[in-house]
Design a protein around this ligand. Structure first.
Ligand code: HEM
Length: 395
């Protein structure tokens, strides 16, 4: 007897499956069409995959809580009691966000543009015709931690060491994943460093206070501990994601040379291309939540006390929200996407992420308007929080 066609088999969306993570698009489409309120019995979670449903759930913090964790492995009955605002609900979240927003301003972000452009030029300089280059390891993954140390105001002399520690926090062990001793020790080291730096900043006389983000945080109503936790959150939320987006740009523009030629000919399209990259291959594909109360949607009830995954990257491919959603088009005008989240937890670093991606893409195309990805040597990254590339070798 022949086996049933793939599209008649039960849908098995296992987010820990690295092979599925390479191409989840068909499974996501079936979820959107056949099981918009999806339940995975064995792994014990629910998932929403349509744009409207994901956006609704991201907004509804009274039902879909962040305080029990936002990653499948860590979602549990127990509230985390974390000081990191991404793991809190209103009203605790409202207080933290309003305090940090005063220090992490649009002005402070915009001021970094010149430095970001200079970093991009330095990193891309060694990539000369005929030389091998890894657009993730030699460029995309380095840029965000270099920007982060400048944003926080880490002294020049410590920059290299702090960047190494930030990069080590993302060290993932095969079969163990990103929550391992090496990454844990790096987090401890960064925490201790930032605590000390903050103390040193606080000890400076008022006239000598620097105008960096840490000093801005000191002027807020946050406790010293809350300031450190926020700086740690920035270092984790604001580095790997940007690196992955640049990796996606390298791969997708190589796969779509016509789109790359459009961008090289007209750099004013780059901001649109950044939004299209975010929609098409969002680096942060899944946001975890815990239900505080039952919710019925499309005739299915998700009980209170359930783990729910909000598939923001599936939402980006939803034909109900985007015409011809599987087509990558840098000219597409995107009015909204959920790749930076939505509602109260909307990515606080979105302006910086957009700035870094825009400057990086512009620099990349100016240095080399064409490149070829060596697929046999390129390697995917699969962790619980990001989707993208670990190595993209090009020539
Ligand atoms: C392409 C790059 C990025 C992507 C795709 C991204 C994506 C996201 C998403 C989806 C959320 C919402 C999480 C949730 O609802 O649970 C989020 C929140 C957050 N992001 Fe980003 N992010 C990026 C870059 C950055 C950068 C550069 C920074 C900081 C410098 C940053 C800082 C944050 C913070 C602090 C939050 C938590 C906000 C809150 O809880 O109120 N992100 N990001």
């Amino acid at each position: 007897m022949s086996s049933p066609p793939i599209d008649r088999l039960p849908i098995d969306y296992d987010p820990t499956d690295a092979a599925l993570d390479v191409a989840p698009y068909d499974v996501w489409r079936r979820m959107r069409d056949e099981a918009p309120v999806y339940h995975h019995e064995r792994l014990g979670f629910w998932a929403l995959s349509r744009y409207d449903d994901v956006a609704m759930a991201l907004r509804d913090t009274a039902t879909f809580s962040s305080a029990h964790g936002n990653v499948l492995e860590f979602l549990s009955e127990q509230e985390l009691q974390s000081g990191m605002m991404i793991l809190t609900d209103p009203p605790a979240h409202t207080r933290l966000r309003s305090q940090v927003a005063r220090a992490f301003t649009v002005r402070r972000t915009a001021r970094l543009e010149g430095e970001i452009a200079a970093i991009c030029d330095d990193l891309l300089a060694p990539w000369t015709p005929g030389e091998p280059f890894d657009l993730v390891q030699d460029f995309g993954a380095l840029l965000p931690s270099m920007v982060m140390t400048r944003l926080l105001g880490v002294p020049e002399d410590d920059g290299e060491q702090v960047r190494t520690v930030i990069d080590t926090m993302f060290y993932a062990l095969p079969d163990v994943g990103m929550f391992n001793d090496v990454a844990g020790a790096a987090m401890g080291e960064l925490d201790a460093y930032l605590t000390d730096l903050l103390e040193r900043r606080a000890a400076l006389p008022a006239d000598d206070q620097a105008d960096d983000l840490l000093s801005g945080l000191l002027r807020s109503d946050l406790t010293r501990r809350e300031c450190v936790e926020f700086a740690m959150l920035l270092a984790t939320a604001g580095t790997e994601t940007v690196g992955r987006l640049i990796g996606w740009a390298a791969v997708l523009l190589d796969q779509h040379p016509d789109q790359r030629a459009l961008l090289a000919a007209d750099p004013s399209l780059v901001p649109r291309a950044v939004e299209e990259l975010l929609r098409f291959e969002g680096p942060s594909p899944v946001q975890g939540r815990w239900t505080k109360r039952a919710m019925t949607l499309h005739g299915v009830t998700i009980p209170a006390g359930s783990k729910v995954l909000l598939l923001t990257s599936s939402a980006g491919r939803d034909e109900r929200a985007y015409p011809d959603a599987d087509r990558f088009d840098v000219r597409r005008v995107i009015e909204h996407h959920v790749s930076f989240g939505y509602g109260v937890h909307f990515c606080l670093g979105a302006a910086l992420a957009r700035l870094e991606s825009r400057v990086a893409l512009t620099a990349l195309l100016a240095h080399h308007p064409t490149w070829v990805v060596e697929h046999e040597r390129s390697v995917r990254a699969h962790t619980s929080t990001v989707r993208g590339w670990e190595h993209v070798h090009v020539h």
